[in-house]
Ligand binder design. Structure first.
Ligand SMILES: Cc1ncc(COP(=O)(O)O)c(C=O)c1O
Length: 395
């Protein structure tokens, strides 16, 4: 029995090594990872160049306080500014902290503009993290109900519904709208290009901040550096984390110039945030994505994955929908299949993630090959077929 707090449901396996999109257990059995640590190990496990950066940096130092200039964080910020067309970055250690920063900046904006009783519009099915602020912006009641009064001022609307946004803006003093362009935890729901464009227009018209959380869908996964770029818009604030340093903890909150002018020393901070180790690795991650043309490759692999799934599963009983963009894909089942992750793990040596109890969320590493995709699709097909046959026999 472990002495860890029981916050997670874990599979009983001790992986001892990883390479690319594979993990090996103690008995040297190989597993195909279709989750990449929930969208973190985008460049796979044990990447030689990233390991090289880690080794090089720890020879110098791991941590440097934010009281001193740190050229790795400056270089990383410059690169992020270049690819986002935003103006400045703040680094922290996780997605929830990046969103916490964004919420604080929205509140500061409301304060500076003398907006009374300011509200932030957030989305049903949205997920932004587990700290009290980010949790207040998160929709899933299961995560919130036992924690009493959270931060007030958040108004939930339906995703992709512009009328509800307009209604709230006309009735309240809204200072910001916060959403994921593709909802991950909520089950891979994709904002339409029209919706994103309309949001930008409304935010400009009413002087409301547009905050996009691309913690899960950003950083090349969908075949764009950031999914909102498909709509040709630029948010006022962008939050990132997960794959930014391929597993070395880091979060980022990027802001436009007008917001940067409001931010000054003492308003926010983090001891570990922006440490040279994480920033150096993140910079290399961005360099590899560019050099290896992974944005384009992810788009092509994603199309292959969705085509394979659709051709195999369209007529299979029990599958409600297959949707996604790039390497962010959902297979929604009609009902939850008990222990599906455990069974795929045991029988087919595949790691998957289930969200909202009946949605298989696929976030594979960018290194996945067509053969891996084929193996996954075949295995899932046999598994689901065998399940539906057994269920029929039971009836
Ligand atoms: C869209 C989104 N925002 C925020 C978070 C929170 O990130 P973290 O777990 O690093 O705090 C997550 C994590 O799954 C996420 O998917």
């Amino acid at each position: 029995m472990s002495s860890l707090i029981n916050f997670y449901q874990k599979l009983e396996v001790d992986f001892i090594r990883g390479e690319g999109c594979y993990l090996w257990d103690e008995s040297n059995t190989r597993y195909l990872d279709m989750t990449s640590g929930i969208g973190v190990n985008n460049l796979g496990f044990s990447h030689v160049e990233l390991n090289g950066e880690i080794h090089a940096q720890i020879q110098n130092y791991i941590h440097l306080s934010n009281l001193f200039k740190n050229s790795w964080s400056e270089k990383l910020s410059d690169k992020l500014v270049e690819i986002t067309q935003l103006h400045a970055s703040f680094f922290c250690n996780s997605g929830t902290e990046a969103n916490e920063t964004a919420i604080k900046i929205a509140k500061l904006y409301a304060y500076e503009k003398n907006i009374e009783n300011p509200k932030i519009i957030v989305m049903n099915q949205g997920f932004h993290g587990r700290t009290l602020g980010a949790l207040s912006a998160t929709s899933n009641k299961k995560y919130k109900e036992k924690f009493g009064q959270l931060l007030d001022g958040f108004i939930f609307v339906d995703f992709n519904c512009i009328d509800q946004i307009l209604e709230v803006i006309q009735q309240h003093n809204v200072c910001a709208i916060l959403l994921e362009p593709i909802q991950g935890e909520g089950g891979i729901h994709i904002a339409s290009t029209l919706y994103l464009k309309q949001l930008r227009k409304i935010c400009d018209q009413y002087k409301v901040l547009l905050i996009l959380d691309e913690i899960q869908c950003g950083l090349a996964r969908t075949g764009y550096w950031f999914y909102h770029q498909k709509a040709g818009i630029i948010p006022d604030i962008l939050t990132l984390a997960k794959g930014l340093a391929n597993g070395v903890p880091i979060g980022a909150c990027l802001v436009s110039q007008k917001l940067n002018d409001l931010l000054m020393p003492g308003l926010h901070g983090s001891t570990f945030g922006g440490n040279p180790l994480a920033c150096r690795v993140a910079l290399k991650v961005l360099e590899i994505i560019e050099r290896e043309e992974l944005i384009l490759k992810n788009k092509q692999k994603g199309e292959y994955l969705i085509n394979q799934l659709q051709s195999k599963f369209t007529s299979v009983e029990g599958i409600k929908s297959i949707r996604g963009v790039g390497l962010m894909v959902a297979i929604e089942l009609n009902e939850s299949i008990e222990d599906i992750s455990q069974q795929l793990f045991l029988q087919h040596k595949i790691l998957i993630n289930i969200t909202q109890s009946k949605i298989i969320r696929l976030l594979p590493s960018f290194l996945i090959t067509e053969e891996d995709i084929q193996y996954f699709c075949d295995s899932l097909y046999h598994f689901i077929k065998s399940k539906s046959i057994k269920n029929k026999e039971l009836i």
